[in-house]
Design a protein around this ligand. Sequence first.
Ligand code: PA5
Length: 447
Amino acid sequence: MRIKIDEKYLKNFLTEDDIRPFYSLLEPAHDKIMNNSGEGSEFLGWRDQPESPDLEEIKRIKAAAEKIKNNSDVLIVIGIGGSYLGARAVIELLKSPFYNSMKKDTPDIYFAGCSLSADEISDILNICEGKRVSLNIISKSGTTTEPAVAFRIFRAMMEKRYSKEELKDRIFITTDKSRGTLKKFADNEGYETFVVPDDIGGRFSVLTAVGLLPVAVSGIDIDKLIKGAASARKSYLADGLTNTAYRYALLRNALYSKGKKIELLCSYRPSFRMMSEWWKQLFGESEGKDGKGIFPASVVYTTDLHSMGQYIQDGERSIFETVIVQEKSSSPIAVPFDKENVDGLNFISNIQLDEINNYAFVGTTLAHTDGFVPNIVIKYEKCDEETVGEMIYFFFLSCAASAYMLGVNPFDQPGVEAYKKNMFALMGKPGYEKLSNELKEKIENLN
Ligand code: PA5
């Protein structure tokens, strides 16, 4: 397997005796995952999906991606949370965070509907001026406020520019297969639809049309992405309790029990930043409930060593780090020699940046472990589609196991509703009158 765990930086923090008791939690967790016997088991579709993807759907995804590539300069992807983060993470990791500014023969891709910022929407509308645009709205429920608002705005822009017939080649809807307002709307207008499977929740959906359509438009090979996930599935399920994904779940639960309540996902590449955002949602929404759960946070090094480094080295000792290390980069760049040696850096001239980044990793890890921050290291050799597919499955499986070990349902998110209800009440949504009055009184008492 491509994804490996290096435990040497845990030596002073965890012994096998510390980890062993957690097998008694892992065993039932594994049983719940394999036999659909735990809470939320109706959302275990991600477990086998890479092994038996819907080939007809994949064919349509590829055809739609080709159409978008041929008729568009810009693709706007509208979605939030699990209907947004995966696609953006994979594109930034496998292409570049600068994907849109790069020379390429695929459309620029902008993500909207993941905030309520008028400035952001206005910027994207401006970017679309004079460009050929396609739109992919992704919403399982079809009623999430942020994407629904953005869809109204971008649809209005599209309707001004294109005829009803033309829009059929430019608007693509990813939603529930039969229920929901978006599906009905798409069928009425004749827009092509893609399915968010019933048994796969948002944060586990990147390998469905939710992630695959935007990812395919960027030119990434989605077959290889799925292949990577499928081979991870095969290997992890064959290894059972000893698989690497479960090992990660065991380590983080053992650290949590020792008071390490914050997990910092650290990478040494800015291209991993959105992958970390995806990971935060996956673990945060799956585990953070019933008053429990590791708080997932992330940093990009060495950048954040100059902002968060002080706290991590020296602040409250409630953190552990999970460091993602990509061993090889595809861009060989060395430090140039400078005759004047103004900055005194000639001692590293002609050394590859990759090597220097590795010194940063080793130096930082030694410093942080000296500062009582345990480090789990997750390594892979190079960043390609199959590795990223494997990584996605690695995190899916470890997350499900970890949450079951903690005693929570990995697949629901009841806490997300609280802010929505308040927002609806404050906006005057019909049916929320009682809450609206309660909130007004609360606000009054704050003044
Ligand atoms: O993981 C989840 O379930 C959430 O993040 C949802 O994906 C998010 O709230 C968007 O929901 P929907 O796809 O219904 O618009």
